[in-house]
Design a protein around this ligand. Structure first.
Ligand code: CMC
Length: 435
């Protein structure tokens, strides 16, 4: 990070009123100062120096990045500069994945190679099936998938060679390719159905739908549903420094292999405040059950007894652009599958919430998870698969962010500081003297 301007004016003057000393720290690109520049602020020599205190990193930039841009005040999301609306309309998930991973849209031949490589790495070792078979019939799909991805690290020990760019790329291809296969196997296990192996003639999402839903030989993925899922995958492919991406970067900063790091970021995603919110939204809509129960439910939300799942975002303080696209996609899906009755509850919840003072003053708008679950349910997915459907495309973002971290000379092992408020030093008390 360099100075934005020259001439010394682009600095921040800090006066420490404890000592009456003045300090100047450079203001860098992005209107940030380096936290380490505050360390020179001390009351006396020998002090540790000043730190910033920022629980949940609400005002801390942990990296410079060139991958995804969000302007949360006006609802803008771009991957590598391309607006999400254009990508959702004109691109495919694998083309967008290439864009995110490599930084530029692929030429036709680059795309062909990428698609071919992903297609040819979709199979998983047969022992993975034994691993999945060991889970109970009702095991949560996300728990199974996290374990399966962590297990992959043991099948590819060379993945630990994270400094080798070619080796990293092979693991990236493997992960992008195998996630749908593993996810579909988790679903088939849950249903007690035989596993369906990948078929090379299908698209990325067509192959996934086939592995999920084929029974006998009479399944053909609907092109409308295949495309809808592809759009959902594009929308979920990256979202800059969110909780799970931060987990990926933190784990990656210890130079763990990408499978282990990815399993950790998936665990972070699973929580109901993050990617598990889509599952929580569906459970909430079912619990509300009827439009007439909405006012009573929203009263509980305003009294802080409930969260309105699928609403609110750390960064978006306006409508999440992904939610708008999902809402439009839902109509196309419902033409094939029939309308999901939960949509009426969701639409009415949104209508009331967007006009009520509690939500307006807190700038709470629908996020990506508010409508995605309704489409997933219409597509035939059980709620346990919803976070899985988030994790498959986000694999692209996690791996891109992981590579960016490894190539960034300024990054080191992640290791925040703390403000210790516990006991001062004291002597061990023998058991007989304890009260
Ligand atoms: N329902 C009711 N109140 C809410 C909600 C909600 N969904 N979200 C935030 N608030 C309130 C919160 O209680 C606080 O109120 P007050 O000022 O009175 O204390 C205020 O709004 C500010 O919220 P916050 O908790 O400080 O915001 P945050 O940035 O820490 O949390 C969030 C962001 C997404 C975790 C939160 O909005 C939330 O829990 N939403 C529901 C879960 C959800 O939908 N998560 C999916 C996020 S998008 C997908 C992804 O993870 O990428």
């Amino acid at each position: 990070m360099g100075d934005k301007t020259t001439g010394g004016s682009n600095t921040l003057s800090i006066r420490d009123n404890r000592t009456n000393k003045e300090y100047e720290v450079p203001i860098l690109e992005g209107d940030v100062i380096r936290a380490m520049d505050l360390r020179k602020i001390k009351v006396q020599d020998g002090d540790f120096g000043m730190m910033t205190y920022d629980p949940a990193y609400t005002n801390t930039a942990s990296t410079r990045s060139t991958i995804t841009f969000i302007d949360g005040d006006v609802g803008i999301l771009r991957y590598r500069g391309y607006p999400i609306e254009q990508l959702a309309e004109r691109s495919s998930h694998l083309e967008t994945a290439y864009l995110i991973l490599k930084g530029e849209l692929p030429t036709q031949s680059e795309l062909n190679t990428f698609v071919r490589d992903v297609t040819y790495h979709t199979y998983v070792h047969e022992n993975m099936i034994k691993l999945l078979d060991a889970f109970r019939y009702d095991a949560h799909a996300m728990g199974m998938l996290i374990s399966a991805v962590a297990a992959l690290a043991t099948f590819y020990p060379e993945a630990g060679n994270i400094q080798d760019a070619r080796n990293r790329w092979i693991q990236i291809i493997r992960l992008v390719a195998k996630m749908p296969t593993l996810a579909a196997f988790c679903y088939r296990h849950h249903r007690g159905l035989p596993y369906v192996y990948p078929e090379n003639e299908y698209s990325y999402t067509g192959n996934f739908l086939n592995m999920l839903f084929r029974v006998g030989s009479n399944y053909k993925p609907s092109p409308v549903l295949e495309r809808a899922l592809d759009i959902l995958f594009i929308l979920h492919a990256d979202h800059e420094q969110n909780c799970s991406t931060t987990a990926m970067r933190v784990i990656g900063s210890s130079h763990a292999d990408p499978y282990s790091a990815l399993a950790g970021s998936m665990a972070a995603l699973w929580g109901p405040l993050h990617g598990g919110a889509n599952e929580a939204v569906l459970r909430m809509l079912r619990k509300i059950g009827d439009v007439k129960n909405i006012p009573a439910f929203l009263e509980k939300v305003k009294n802080k007894q409930e969260l309105l799942m699928g609403f609110g975002h750390r960064v978006y303080k306006s409508y999440d652009p992904r939610a708008s696209i999902i809402k439009r996609t839902a109509d196309e899906v419902f033409e094939v599958t029939g309308r999901n009755p939960l949509l009426d509850i969701a639409l009415e919840l949104e209508r009331i919430a967007l006009s009520e003072d509690y939500f307006v003053t807190r700038q709470l708008y629908p996020n990506v998870d508010f409508y995605s679950g309704i489409i997933y349910e219409a597509l035939g997915f059980p709620v346990e698969m919803f976070p899985v459907l988030f994790a498959i495309p986000r694999t692209v973002g996690w791996l891109t962010q992981w590579e960016e971290l490894l190539k960034d000379d300024e990054q080191k092992i992640a290791r925040p500081r703390q403000v210790y408020l516990g006991s001062a030093a004291r002597d061990f008390v023998p058991m007989s003297e304890r009260k």
